[in-house]
Write a protein that binds this ligand. Structure first.
Ligand code: PLP
Length: 387
């Protein structure tokens, strides 16, 4: 009997897969595709990090099974980085864990803390993993809509007290994928207070804190009082250092939450390749000029795309952080129809907002993953469509 398990049948369809299929179809017709779909940096990993990997891979000690929770040295470095960046003190061997990319930790976390039937509050629109991993753990995802009028923050004051009473976990993600919205410390304080009152675990996804513009430095949930009692924060080296393929990230926060995640990991994976962790140490400790340079590059691209889309009469805001531009769909079309039109008639790949959850309808996401000339070309092509 090769029927898939019920938990897989409960997963929502993976819209992005369908979009990839459409893109490949259009490309096969000979169309020059400008791909602003996936959030994967186009620039290479900085050379000093590659050199660190090369050197580490020469050391036979890195050829062994890693420790499940990561190298002590990596965890110390991650804690030091949190101290420097956010002025947060962490105990490395209790409050920090290495991950095989932050997605791995986000996906495994519900297995540690969500019982069948437990409610997990997930933002909508959002990175789809929060919902998928909740379902795989038998939990029930309940969407918290992120609306423009609230700055794409969940409206905490309007949340149903009965739902809050039932909720086991709340997921927040700022700077946000896909809306590019940012949260301030006052918001985080309100989340921590709410979580404490209703005994909710807070999962904060901080994958984009280092990708920010115009001198803005996004804060961490861990900075607010009480965060460590209720929360865990997931961090990633993927976007910051153009290391998406390397699979390296980490989580920090409440020691029991970190330990629970570690217990799941000990059963399921065998930790991140030590040589990649050693290269990650270099990434976190060496000069951060490469990050500043990347942000400058994205900021230039952002200007081209935002001005271009605004010039076409589309509703877009200039993102303060992330490499996403969240763009309103002209009235009378769904986000899926609009994306399909951009792809089929202009060869431009975007992601329909509805793919991130029902509250994403009415928007599409563009990723700033091509150079300024190509972005201008994309804008020119869209201009030709007479939107
Ligand atoms: N969180 C968010 C919001 C993301 O957009 C992504 C990747 O796109 C991730 C987490 C996962 O990143 P990684 O697993 O590469 O650390």
């Amino acid at each position: 009997n090769i029927e898939r398990a019920e938990r897989l049948q409960k997963l929502p369809p993976y819209l992005f897969q369908e979009l990839d299929r459409l893109r490949d179809q259009v490309r096969a017709r000979g169309v020059d595709i400008i791909d602003l779909g996936v959030g994967d940096p186009d620039q290479p990993t900085p050379p000093h990090i590659i050199e660190a990997l090369n050197a580490a891979a020469q050391d036979p000690r890195t050829h062994k099974y890693p420790a499940y929770s990561g190298l002590s040295r990596f965890r110390e470095v991650a804690a030091d980085w949190y101290k420097r960046r956010f002025d947060v003190d962490l105990i490395p061997n209790q409050e920090v864990i290495t991950l095989i990319g932050s997605k791995e930790g986000l996906a495994h976390f519900p297995l540690a803390f969500v019982n069948p039937g437990d409610v997990v509050l997930t933002p909508s629109p959002a990175y789809p993993v929060y919902k998928g991993s909740t379902i795989l753990a038998g939990g029930v995802p309940v969407e918290m809509p992120l609306r423009k009028e609230n700055g794409f923050l969940p409206d905490l004051a309007a949340m149903d007290p009965a739902l809050l009473q039932k909720a086991k976990v709340m997921v927040i993600n700022y700077p946000n994928n896909p809306t590019a919205a940012c949260a301030d410390l006052e918001f985080y304080e309100r989340v921590a207070a709410l979580a404490k009152k209703h005994e909710i675990i807070v999962v904060s996804d901080a994958a984009y804190t280092e990708m920010a513009y115009d001198g803005y430095r996004p804060p961490s949930f861990m900075q607010v009082a009480g965060a460590r009692e209720v929360g865990i924060e997931f961090h990633s080296l993927s976007k910051t250092y153009n290391m998406t393929g390397w699979r390296i990230g980490f989580a920090v926060g409440n020691a029991q939450l970190v330990a629970g995640l570690g217990q799941v990991k000990s059963q399921i994976d065998s930790g991140a390749f030590d040589a990649v962790q050693l290269a990650g140490i270099t990434a976190l400790t060496a000069s951060q000029d490469c990050v500043a340079q990347m942000n400058k590059l994205y900021a230039g691209r952002r200007e081209v795309l935002v001005k271009g889309l605004q010039g076409l009469g589309l509703e877009v805001e200039r993102p303060k952080a992330t490499f996403y531009v969240w763009c309103g769909v002209p009235a009378g079309q769904t986000s899926t129809d609009f994306c399909r039109k951009l792809l089929e008639e202009a060869g431009v790949v975007s992601t329909p907002g509805v793919g991130f959850g029902s509250a994403g309808e009415g928007y599409v996401r563009f990723a700033l993953t091509v150079d300024e000339a190509r972005l201008q070309e994309a804008v020119d092509r869209l201009a030709g469509l007479g939107l």
